[in-house]
Design a protein around this ligand. Structure first.
Ligand SMILES: Nc1nc2c(c(=O)[nH]1)N[C@H]1C(S)=C(S)[C@@H](COP(=O)(O)OP(=O)(O)OC[C@H]3O[C@@H](n4cnc5c(N)ncnc54)[C@H](O)[C@@H]3O)O[C@H]1N2
Ligand code: MOO
Length: 404
């Protein structure tokens, strides 16, 4: 059986970029930038006041000085007045600093009588002035290609003068669940039927990664039904199947995919959960066959599929899993040949001797059955245990992968 790192590297290495499109800034949340974003304009574009007050020459701004207010210039209404010695201009937050001024006296430090102010404090040069380009210069590289756009990045793009952004096209992923016992939540269901949790969970995971998911109608456990369902997945960037990947007589996904030209890369990975994972392609379309146990499907989506989609969109995806150190909250026995992904809670040491930078404590659930969604929903992380890891005591170091 393939190890997890090799399986991940093989899936990622076969991924090709999915192309780009242009979207309006207001619709760019969550998209991945397709090219570096350069500032079309400096920010601020001119030197501006950071406070409400008076612009003046710093050399005049001594304590007790009296200055003559020669103009008023609200934000958006600059004055052409060039400040001379003994003069000041009434400004507001965001007003352009008039020529000749090099300091801003906040109004709390100025006693105003008619068109005169008396300074109650000295005011140094540069005080309360946001210099032109203080945030960024024209032409500055604001964001790198491959950046996922969140609220901060969208604000920065707007400040840089971009109304449209070139982003990666969202990969279209067909997700096909399989199994005669599977019913949609809310639909009538036989006594031994189960609701299709994996379809919705996997789809949500892939949407979170940035994909456009097409949920196909569930297929039955026959080659005919599966083959007909695969036909609906043409015109997509990836096909993900759920279930029917193992060794049972009704696990027909691999065989049915072979019937329509699957070029199998690998089947079975030394991991728990997730062992029957399948990877290959039909033509140039990557195919991932996820195990049917819902927890296994989500773990494999997190470890393999979401990163593959992110790479498709041009995001920097490391070959290794983004694990973090933690402290084991409970003892663990020795591991076998499969890399374990144990559902665990994360807590903090709140005792008196705990330090602020103490690592999180990862406590595995006693039951790790890969059909237990309630436990999965209570888990904040997966504890990762290498194949053949020796027994580990509570309090020893471990590695975790956070769950979102
Ligand atoms: N003799 C062996 N049996 C099994 C092995 C093995 O190595 N030898 N592997 C086990 C492992 S590990 C897993 S994981 C499962 C995965 O099997 P399949 O991918 O073939 O999945 P199914 O048999 O179709 O389903 C497994 C389980 O999950 C339920 N399921 C399926 N799809 C969904 C869905 N969309 N939503 C919710 N639940 C789903 C299904 O009803 C089964 O209970 O095989 C082991 N067996
Ligand atoms: O992948 Mo399976 O869930 O190990 O049971």
């Amino acid at each position: 059986m393939l190890d997890v790192a090799t399986a991940r590297a093989r899936i990622l290495s076969g991924i090709v970029a999915c192309g780009q499109e242009t979207v309006p800034l207001g619709s760019a949340l969550g998209r991945v930038l397709g090219q570096d974003l350069l500032a079309r304009r400096a920010n601020p574009p001119v030197s501006v006041s950071a406070m409400d007050g008076y612009a003046a020459r710093a050399q005049d701004a001594t304590q007790g000085a009296v200055l003559h207010v020669v103009a008023e210039a609200p934000a958006g209404h600059p004055t052409a007045h060039v400040i001379q010695s003994g003069q000041c201009v009434r400004l507001f937050t965001g007003s352009q600093i008039p020529a000749g001024a090099d300091t801003l006296i906040i109004q709390e430090n100025a006693l105003r009588e008619g068109e005169r102010i008396t300074l109650t404090q000295p005011n140094p040069p540069g005080r309360y002035i946001r210099a032109k380009g203080q945030d960024f210069a024209q032409g500055a590289r604001l964001l790198q290609a491959g950046t996922r756009l969140g609220p901060k990045e969208i604000g920065l793009a707007a400040a840089g003068g971009h109304a449209w952004l070139t982003v990666a096209r969202r990969p279209r992923v067909s997700v096909l669940s399989t199994g005669d016992e599977i019913a949609l939540p809310g639909d009538p269901v036989s006594e031994d039927g189960i609701f299709n949790s994996a379809l919705f969970m996997v789809s949500a995971c892939l949407q979170q990664a940035g994909a456009e998911v097409i949920m196909l109608p569930s297929a039955c456990d026959t080659t005919e039904s599966l083959t007909a369902a695969f036909a609906q997945a043409s015109q997509t960037d990836m096909l993900v199947t759920i279930g029917g990947a193992s060794v049972g007589a009704y696990d027909l996904v691999r065989q049915s995919l072979s019937g329509i030209g699957l070029s199998l890369d690998f089947w079975k990975v030394a991991m728990r959960p997730g062992k029957p994972l399948l990877s290959g392609r039909i033509g140039s379309t990557p195919i991932i066959g996820l195990p049917g146990n819902p927890v296994a499907a989500l773990v494999c989506s997190t470890v393999f599929v979401a990163p593959a989609l992110q790479r498709m969109m041009g995001m920097a995806v490391a070959d290794t899993l983004p694990t973090e150190p933690a402290i084991l909250g409970d003892a663990l026995g020795p591991n076998d040949q499969r890399q374990d992904f144990l559902r665990a809670t994360l807590t903090r040491d709140t005792t008196d001797h705990a330090t602020a930078d103490a690592l999180p404590i990862a406590t595995p659930f006693a039951s790790q059955d890969s059909a237990q969604l309630h436990i999965l929903a209570q888990s904040q992380a997966l504890i990762i245990r290498a194949p053949h890891a020796p027994a580990a005591a509570a309090g020893s170091a471990c590695q975790i992968l956070r769950l979102s």
